[in-house]
Design a protein around this ligand. Sequence first.
Ligand SMILES: [Fe+2]
Length: 247
Amino acid sequence: MHFSTNDNSATLHALFPTLVYQSCLEDQQRHQTAFKEEAERFGFEVERGTGGKHFTGEYHGQILLHQQESLRPFFSTLAEHVGKYLRVLGMKPGYFEMQCLKSWFVLCPPGSDEANAIVMHNHSCSDISWVYYVDVPEDGPVIRFHAGQRLNTSPFESSFHYDWHNEEKSAVDKLNWWNRDTWSIQPKTGDLLMFPGHQLHSVDANCSETMRTSVAGDISLVLREEHLNLEYGRTASKHWLTLPLSQ
Ligand SMILES: [Fe+2]
């Protein structure tokens, strides 16, 4: 991807952009009802002020939503969208199938205190991570993506400090794609987001008056049987030898 400067005097090459996929799913009502019916079984006690840990089913060991028959239509739709995502990335989705590793509820109660934000993290065991927004307030918190160290600005990062309170104190003239170190997306009920599992992200505190309910999950891409002769890619877990480690 390349651009020209305003005066056409130079070409700018945008290298290695990260693609985050956002789509408002059809059948939102049906998926919402199915998840709400599972909420009792997969729900958990929410404790405030814990940096978001207690807001996730992952923390409470409730991580197997994808095994519920009632949620099969949702996961089939998810698989279609993973295929679309791979196509945009220039890959051949037909070489792969997806294995759902984990999926869990995320319940963010109202609470504007910073300690009620979900702190920055990534999903290191996942190829693609996803979030489906089951029921979220319009004025609810954003999901925030963080550049980590892969910044245009990292060699001289402190010079790129943007002072939100006083523009005079900012060396940055305008915040743009090239100098920001975070990017936020305001999700709506029914949205599906997908992003690479290593991508750092966080969720701001829920300053609205209502509970924000989403579901998150991790996906591994594995080779289809007819493509096991390729020299790259991961085999499906049924081909693995699993042994306990000595202590
Ligand atoms: Fe996450």
